[in-house]
Ligand binder design. Sequence first.
Ligand code: ATP
Length: 369
Amino acid sequence: MSQIKLDQLAHSYYPDPATAEDFALKKMDYLWDDGGAYALLGPSGCGKTTLLNIISGLLVPSRGRILFDGEDVTAKSPEERNIAQVFQFPVIYDTMTVAQNLEFPLANRGVDRSEIRKRVDEMLDTLELSAKAGRRAQGLTADEKQKISLGRGLVRYDVNAILFDEPLTVIDPHMKWQLRTKLKELHQRFSHTMIYVTHDQTEALTFADKVVVMYEGEVVQIGTPEELFERPDHTFVGYFIGSPGMNILPCVVNGNNAVVAGHSIPLDTVYQPPRGARVELGVRPEFVRFAHAAENGVPVSIESIDNVGRHRIAKVRLAGNPMNVIVPEGEMLSSTDHQIVFDAQRCGIYVNDHRLDAAFAGQGKRYDY
Ligand code: ATP
């Protein structure tokens, strides 16, 4: 297992990239912990597979280096990097039995016969495939074949990292949950460094200790699921994580107030956004509520209220801006006046999509947009 360093890494598929748009991956500089479980999460085309292929050695980055435990592996092949990979579709030998498929990566590396037996039995048991150990892979379902693929990646203890590229795409929804739980369990048991590509937030949030959110070739935040929910660093993270996503309202900032269409919304501290920048207030639907009778709030019009089981979601407009507000179970709404109140502690100010530090915390920080 290895610590992975992305050192000033960038990649363009063009021979002579001229502008930022020519780069599928914009410059990034990160250190990922040995034994960490990371998910690369983002929409189609944001660069997840490009980054995964650079880490695995299938692709040489046009700029920067990649280091495993301090060793520069940029020019090394996937085999030399000693990593295991699990792809979207099963990569197995149809004519071999389930057990032989799992033995193969170990036998190939000269692992001792008794050790192979022990590890294969353990993996068969973990994946609940023991009853099918002697069956040819050919006749198995897509789910079962993909389980074997996962097993082939996980059966080796000596790998530097295990990389997964949307491995649960072909798996049925119920089994997906089971396999995700299994992967998490295996990670806790063996502490492999794992990198898991997905565009599904549930998959990312349930699998990973740290989620790497990507957007248009950039890593916009690396954080625990809680951090991404509580404090999105970028409007895209706010929008992409959570259901529904964060509300984003154009505003001007006046000391410790955000002013939206003439309505002042108190913030927890003073912000000083740079002049001329695009400034927005971001707040999750969970942290806005309808005002009580004697309270002063910001007036909104209600467009619809949807019951989603645990609570209701009110779709409202604040001076024309669409917003969602979570309405807890049992809360009554009057049919006439509607005002909403913002939780000042949970409001963020975003400048050109990036979260702004409080004025006193951002000392020395420059915003070059
Ligand atoms: P998906 O979830 O659809 O697989 P992704 O997040 O993995 O998307 P990438 O496949 O890494 O994204 O693609 C990032 C960008 O690079 C996209 O704009 C894509 O069109 C471009 N790209 C990917 N592979 C190539 C290639 N071989 N040649 C040229 N451009 C490419």
